[in-house]
Design a protein around this ligand. Structure first.
Ligand code: PEP
Length: 252
């Protein structure tokens, strides 16, 4: 079955509102005729409202980079799914390796966050991936199985296909070391098989992105892999010209 590719830019903790505005004004004319691919920017909380307003009516969708699983409560510094939904935010990145490694994000919390996002009408982009040590120790499949099983445990089979999974080998994030095509294809096909094990149709239609040092010069090759349904792009999404080039590679 045909899956529409998604190219999502993850800005991390970059761009003030003024810088974000400058970015979107430079991006929009470059993607106005984008066809056959979805496009998203995952921006800091402080940029959400401005980016939603500025991208209305364009092919660009706006995502957040994290959220709490409770709809409200005494959780100082946190943001909930309904708060994002009310801003017309389209989705949210969950379980990025930086959140897992630097901020103690757990699979237990993700098992609550993914269904909470879906219930609020948000598209969750769930990030999974192995460290370099795990790859060297042939632990990649064990790690992916663990993360997929745990993090999607609270999602009913009927809603699995609404989740987007991003396979991001941690050793490839922000390092310039992109995974070889064969490594990306193998890991992503493995993730698809895990989801198919729960629900065949969901496995077929679920979108799985590759993330890790995707740049304009390697995007076309990665995006052409049979199980790769798009890219989660960090560094190269900060520049409107390179991000638009990657988006164009996905729409071809
Ligand atoms: C990311 O932040 O998810 C990412 C993949 O970063 P980069 O493209 O810079 O490796």
């Amino acid at each position: 079955m045909a899956r529409t590719p998604l190219v999502a830019g993850n800005w991390k903790m970059y761009k003030t509102e003024a810088q974000a505005e400058e970015f979107i004004q430079a991006l929009l004319p470059r993607v106005s005729s984008l066809d056959g691919a979805d496009l998203a920017i995952c921006v800091p909380f402080t940029d959400l409202r401005a980016m939603v307003d500025s991208s209305r009516g364009s092919p660009v969708e706006v995502f957040a980079q994290n959220m709490h699983y409770e709809p409200e409560g005494p959780f100082t510094g946190e943001i909930s799914a309904p708060m994002l939904g009310e801003l017309d935010v389209r989705g949210v990145v969950l379980g990025h390796s930086e959140r897992r490694q630097l901020f103690g994000e757990t699979d237990k919390a993700l098992a609550l966050k993914v269904p909470a996002a879906l219930d609020a009408g948000l598209v969750p982009i769930l990030c999974v991936g192995e460290t370099e040590e795990e790859r060297d120790g042939e632990e990649t499949e064990r790690k992916l199985r663990h993360q997929i099983n745990e993090d999607l445990a609270g999602v009913p089979a009927a809603r699995l296909a609404e989740v987007v999974v991003a396979y991001e080998p941690i050793w490839a994030i922000g390092t310039g070391r992109v995974a070889e095509g064969e490594q990306a294809q193998e890991a992503i096909a493995f993730i698809r098989a895990l989801v198919s094990g729960r629900d065949e149709a969901a496995g077929e239609s679920l979108r799985i992105l590759y993330g890790g040092s995707v740049k304009p010069d390697n995007a076309a090759e990665l995006l052409a892999l049979p199980d790769v349904d798009g890219a989660l792009v960090g560094g190269a999404s900060l520049d409107p010209a390179s991000f638009a080039e990657i988006a164009a590679a996905a729409s071809r």
